[in-house]
Design a protein around this ligand. Structure first.
Ligand code: 5GP
Length: 123
């Protein structure tokens, strides 16, 4: 087995506090496995974060056991994109993992971005 990066680090990030309702957020969706809320520094007209309730620090720390959960996060992002009216115009999902990925909060999250054309390559 490869080392599991970051899995042993005890976490209590701002996202755990949002899950626990200890700090407010504009929540748009919740189920047993995940929570989705609007990003506080929106980079597009629609910018929503979909996070697992399980405290996985980042994609680099995910294991095969997380496969159903990761699929659930992506399909939840797709459901929210539909609710936000983005299916036809299009949207982007992003997962930043680690320093070079641009990760700033060590609680795995899927960015859902839409409502404007996205550039490529990303910065
Ligand atoms: P990352 O850079 O780790 O991929 O994404 C973290 C995201 O979390 C950033 O887009 C940032 O704006 C967002 N964020 C950080 N703190 C908060 C917060 O307290 N509330 C909300 N709604 N978003 C946050």
């Amino acid at each position: 087995m490869p080392p599991v990066i970051g899995y042993d680090i005890p976490m209590s990030t701002i996202f755990s506090k949002i899950i626990a309702r200890e700090i407010p957020a504009q929540i748009v969706y919740e189920d047993d496995l995940c929570l989705a809320f609007r990003d506080i520094h929106a980079q597009a007209p629609v910018h929503i974060l979909v996070i697992p309730k399980k405290e996985i620090p980042r994609l680099a720390a995910a294991t095969t056991a997380d496969e159903p959960l990761l699929g659930h996060l992506v399909l939840t992002a797709r459901q929210i994109a539909e609710k936000e009216g983005l299916l036809e115009s299009g949207f982007r999902i992003v997962i930043n993992s680690g320093p070079d990925g641009g990760e700033t909060v060590p609680h795995l999250h899927v960015h859902l971005l839409g409502g404007r054309p996205m550039a490529w390559p990303p910065g």
